[in-house]
Design a binder for this molecule. Structure first.
Ligand code: SF4
Length: 357
């Protein structure tokens, strides 16, 4: 049995979350805000996104302003949100939309043609910003659906089957009459009531229709196949500073993790640990520069597909040679254009804690 859309919408009208990218009842929906929030929310929580969203909106009030901004500025404002390829795609997408006169496509198909917009994001923007009657299936909606229909096959294999049921949730006329609210109501139900560990079924507008609740298995759904163990990789990064507080940075290659971001110099990350002699043979060098390196600690950083252990070596010299400063690879405190990804920030903090600067 399908749950009743009217019950959910009535609940949403009373309990909807107030979010900076959401239009209040009667307000015009801004597709730019919807798109920006959806890109930021991928793999991240609402709480983590809020300050970034506010900062982006203050710096780039519309899609044309974002399109015109230098990529370094966009990356700097994004730093800390992770998944940096998304920031580059965000910028490319803004440029594509600016080239269309600043107007976003208003269909799922049109949105899918833009950089960085996949099936979920296209459905979310189409439903929320343009009132298209589609159900965007994110983790919240997946969880609610698996419980409503007591779907016990484990993820990730069951993902397609769960999504196929989820897209039927808006089958009734009330849901189709308010697609934007219906999609957001599903998100809010998943985020606030049908929560991962302890769903508050007693408060749920869909309790009567929920098979997971009726069978007493709601909190165990969706089931998940055991995760494969995350492999460990090893890196080395060098933190070289001078008496004036200058820090040697390099731009990482465009392709790969943290692509295009500024970072501490160091060799590629690999499966085997780096013995000290080998690591130091790859330390940054320049004429008349003879830093006395010492290992100041190890940083652990968890990426989606592996855990990275970084040996941090640090040294302080009197002053960087002019050639390095002129090449723009020495950065000083307060340099607004430079923001380090959190892995690099952790490495710098380890060096700082060791008293290097
Ligand atoms: S009744 Fe409980 S398990 Fe079912 S949808 Fe509502 S909160 Fe989730």
């Amino acid at each position: 049995m399908l749950p009743c859309a009217t019950d959910l919408l009535r609940w949403y009208d009373r309990h909807r979350r107030i979010l900076p990218w959401r239009a209040l009842p009667g307000q015009k929906i801004d597709p730019y805000r919807v798109w920006l929030s959806e890109i930021m929310l991928q793999q991240t929580t609402v709480t983590a996104v809020m300050p970034y969203f506010e900062r982006f909106l203050a710096a780039f009030p519309d899609v044309t302003a974002l399109a015109r901004a230098p990529q370094d500025r966009v990356m700097a404002l994004w730093a800390g949100l992770g998944y940096y390829a998304r920031a580059r795609n965000l910028h490319a997408c803004a440029q594509a939309v600016a080239a269309r006169g600043g107007v976003f496509p208003d269909t799922v198909e049109g949105l899918l043609e833009l950089p960085g917009i996949g099936a979920y994001t296209a459905a979310a923007i189409a439903a929320i910003a343009f009132g298209r009657p589609v159900v965007p299936v994110d983790g919240n909606v997946e969880r609610v659906t698996s419980r409503l229909f007591a779907l016990t096959d484990p993820l990730p294999a069951a993902r397609k089957a769960i999504a196929a049921r989820a897209v039927t949730l808006n089958a009734d006329a009330q849901a189709k009459a308010r697609p934007s609210d219906f999609a957001q109501a599903l998100f809010d139900l998943g985020a606030g009531i049908c929560t991962p560990r302890s769903p508050a079924c007693v408060l749920c507008p869909w309790r009567e229709a929920c098979a997971g609740h009726a069978q007493g298995i709601a909190a165990t759904l969706p089931r998940r196949a055991p995760k494969p163990v995350r492999p460990v990789r090893h890196g080395v990064h060098f933190c070289l500073v001078d008496e004036a507080g200058g820090l040697l940075l390099v731009r990482r290659p465009e392709k790969g993790l943290l692509g295009g971001m500024m970072g501490l110099p160091g060799p590629h990350w690999r499966d085997d640990p780096w013995p000290e002699a080998e690591a130091l043979s790859l330390a940054p060098a320049a004429p008349r520069l003879q830093p006395h390196w010492r290992m100041v600690g190890q940083v652990k950083h968890v990426f989606t597909h592996f855990t990275l252990l970084v040996d941090v070596y640090a040294a302080r010299i009197a002053a960087f040679p002019n050639s390095m400063a002129a090449a723009g690879c020495v950065h000083y405190p307060g340099d607004a254009a430079v923001a380090l990804p959190s892995l690099m920030d952790k490495c710098v903090k380890v060096a700082r804690k060791a008293g290097i600067f």
